[in-house]
Design a binder for this molecule. Structure first.
Ligand code: ZN
Length: 327
């Protein structure tokens, strides 16, 4: 994983209307990892917060909107992967009135982040984890709100509804904002790197990060998000996309191709290498079919981390053995 950029980098803040702004957390590269800031009636919420290195930029963005740290009621993390929730503990330390909203399956890991640290180290290596994510600050359990499916909270009188959306991770929810008819999708609606957009519009690819990729659950979750009839999906990687039906179709097809790749490689002695090569080939093919106007080597650079994560995630899925039962 690449180095996080320095905290002095000024935040890139984009207004999306309806009191919503996307803030670049500065993680990995520009327009890779977003936090979303919602403001209603002078009260604020963040949805996903990047890493501890992102916190100064997020607070600067809040200040640029004319709000003090005391105006933040909610810090919401779509799931506890560290590019979404790594900065949650430090944010809570800096926001005296905020409560942290997290999936019931993720809550204990933000109170005691030792397992998150161990999990990230297993995927990225100890040294890279320290460099990319810095420290994980534990959160006082009295400030944690667990949001099960159907949970609704109010931001300055504006309802935000939580949908349990397993598939990318079992500790993942998405957040529905009826006021803007937008869905905050975390990683459930995949990744849409802006560099890979074409005349056809936004590019999307699924993320099968270890260790809880479940293809059937992911497809059901995508259906559930689309069934709301959103005007926009707000992805953490990277922010607003609007062609919801077309992108959902692309995602479903791509998940199917990853599953077929996994099944074809399973049981073979060179499974790991086959998966890496196969994922790289599929992802490049998707970008080419989409008409992405970048040379192959640049597409490869942009998607390198996702080759590794998606291949590792397919391996952990195959190791659980659920694929055989589903055949
Ligand atoms: Zn994730």
């Amino acid at each position: 994983m690449s180095d996080a950029s320095s905290p002095e980098t000024p935040p890139v803040l984009e207004d999306l209307g309806h009191g919503i702004a996307a803030i670049d957390t500065g993680f990995v590269r520009p327009f890779f990892d977003a936090s979303h800031l919602l403001i209603e009636g002078g009260r604020a919420a963040f949805v996903d917060v990047g890493t501890i290195h992102s916190v100064p930029g997020l607070l600067a963005a809040l200040g640029a909107k004319g709000l003090p740290p005391e105006a933040v009621d909610w810090v919401i993390v779509t799931h506890v992967h560290l590019d979404h929730a790594g900065g949650a503990g430090e944010m809570m330390r800096r926001l005296p009135n905020a409560r942290l909203v997290v999936h019931p399956r993720g809550a204990r890991h933000l109170v005691d982040p030792s397992k998150l640290w161990a999990g990230a180290s297993a995927v990225f290596g100890e040294e890279a984890t320290r460099r990319s994510y810095g420290a994980l600050v534990p959160v006082d359990p009295s400030r944690v709100v667990e949001a099960p499916d159907g949970f609704v909270l109010q931001l300055g009188g504006r309802p935000l509804e939580f949908l349990d959306t397993p598939g990318h991770a079992r500790h993942h929810f998405c957040v529905w904002d009826e006021a803007s008819r937008s869905m905050f999708t975390g990683d459930t609606f995949g990744l849409s790197y802006r560099e890979l957009a074409s005349e056809r519009g936004a590019f999307v690819l699924p993320t099968t990060t270890p260790v809880q990729f479940e293809p059937e659950a992911l497809l059901a979750s995508i259906d559930r998000l689309v069934a709301r009839g959103p005007r926009a999906m707000l992805l953490t990687h990277y922010s607003r996309v609007v062609e919801v039906e077309r992108l959902a179709g692309d995602l479903v097809r791509e998940v199917g191709e990853l599953v077929a790749l996994g099944r074809g490689a399973d049981g073979r002695p060179d499974r790991a290498a086959r998966l890496r090569e196969g994922v790289a080939e599929l992802q490049l093919g998707w970008a080419r079919d989409h008409g992405t106007p970048l040379p192959d080597d640049r597409v490869g650079e942009l998607l390198a981390v996702d080759v590794e994560l998606n291949a590792q995630g397919l391996e952990t899925w195959l190791d659980r053995g659920t694929t055989r039962a589903a055949r």
